[in-house]
Design a protein around this ligand. Sequence first.
Ligand code: NDP
Length: 617
Amino acid sequence: MTCEPTSTPDIDLPRLREKYRQQADKRRRPEGFAQYREVTEDLEEFLEFEPYEPLPARAPLADETDVVVLGGGFAGLIAAGRLKAAGVGSIRIIDRSGDFGGVWYWNRYPGVQCDVESYTYLPLLEELGYMPKDRYSYGSEIFAYCQQMGRHFDLYKHALFGTIVKSIRWDESLQRWRIGTNQGDDVRARYIVMAPGPLNRPKLPGVPGIERFKGHSFHTTRWDYDYTGGAWTSPELTKLAGKKLAIIGTGATAVQCVPHLAKYAEHLTVFQRTPSYIDDRGNRPTDAAWAERQKPGWQAARMRNFHIAINEVFDKNDTDLICDGWSELNRNIQAARKAAGWPELTFEQLMALREVEDYRAMERIRQRVDTIVQDPATAEILKPWYRFLCKRPCFNDDYLPTFNRPNVTLVDVADEKGITGITEGGIIANGREYEVDCIIYASGFETTTDLRRRYGIDIVEGRNGLSLYDHWSDGFRTLHGMAVHNFPGMFFTGYLQGGVSGSITQMYDQQGSHIAHIVAAAIARNAATVEPSHEAEAAWVDTIRANLMYDTSFWEGCTPGYNNNEGLETKRYTIFGEPYGPGFHAFDDLLRQWRAAGDFAGLVFTPPGPAPTNSGE
Ligand code: NDP
């Protein structure tokens, strides 16, 4: 079935550009990320880092393993799986939660679902022989899939759950990493893979009074079903009857849980600073006949297609396999070029076309609000005035209709750049107090704040006590975004200085596979350590900075958020770290060639053992 372009309205580009600028300006705060409050010990009720199911008490460990993987979400699971496949036997995953899953372990709020098509988001589907139940999977299925990965790669045996890493230090005398935890463990490892994920620590608005509130409050990532009633897989929040609730934030999380809250609460007040892009969901069970037809390699092809749909441009011969809101813009650009007879376009012309199609698609989204929300003033507040992908797009059939309910109030806090305080009885916004029984913070995560806050580990020290945070105080310094000079055998996953894929799990697989290749080689050589030379690291930083993929004008024009350093200086700082300019697949080719050369260029093995006989691919 072909995927048709959407019909989008005409626009007045100069007028809209100005409107977008005004809307971004009014939300921009000079303190940037400092506006948020870190969830530290003094805010224990928000921490709730106790796993959902109590774990048996255990004695502190003092043992040794080849590899510690820090984090049991998709990044850690994939890296550990790839290490196992490369023959590395001794792997310990450490995670503060009670099981594998990462965000999909913790986030059990009502309605939790992945907005990205499951066939591209859930990794290694063909390898595990799994087909998702629905086009867009619910959180409980994704969590179960993570458990399946844990079993598939036999990772449960040595996992340390309910364990918070407090310090990571390189011990020169032992030539090992020493990992200290809240359980009193002293785990030694030759290699460490950092896989904390971008949504691992909740953050709160930095407003006064949070501790003073006498009612109940919690963050969405630690949903309190004892208070709301219902359960993760059956969100009947019956205990909310008679309760006045407030929710702060209208990002992807709030969009999914707001309809459930509104259904059960006596009253729900939604505090919105920036409206989300909301399109329809279009979920459906996986078609068994379609699944049957998929040929080996189908998932990689689909991931590639999804990546192109978001990050690149569809060519004349590309077919939009995803065919949802994520790929709409590219689909429409392709249709416009086809209608014009595929003229040769310069990069600037292509970007100009993209801008027009972007504004038209967003206008469609704004007009859609008017067709659903009955009160024109409320509809106006819910319209997003920014370009596609400035904020995470959301897809939900129940969110906008919720604002037609008599028990729901939307409070626009954009003019004051957010709520301004919490009292004993409720929330202060726009100069007045809103009294409520319960405040739910849907205020997001430490996604792109300071690295120490994101990791939540105070001490990460390489050779000679060098702090990782100091080493990176002027920006990342890595080889290929994964290895760092003076941090022997420490490897990184996530957005640093590598290829950025539209599908985060595809990026994790690229990184996990590459790290596994290096670790397996180091073990085969019986090397004591492996790390990039200073020169190799510096050369890669130069390569990255000479080829940066930033579309600065795009990000600077965006409404503030974690994607663009809260709308401040964005040249070196977006959610994607410092992406390799030529793109994800070019980076993949570069890594493949590097591995195939077999000389591990830029890495230093100490002591240098004999080269493995099967180096390269
Ligand atoms: P976000 O960071 O996206 O949203 C936080 C919300 O809190 C924003 O609406 C923000 O407003 C608001 N906020 C922060 N401070 C204040 C303040 N002082 N006053 C009023 N409002 C405030 O967090 P989410 O948990 O919604 O989502 C995080 C990420 O998790 C997503 O981007 C996505 O990557 C992922 N996710 C994916 C899902 C999926 O696939 N379906 C579902 C849920 C989450 P403002 O925008 O103005 O800053």
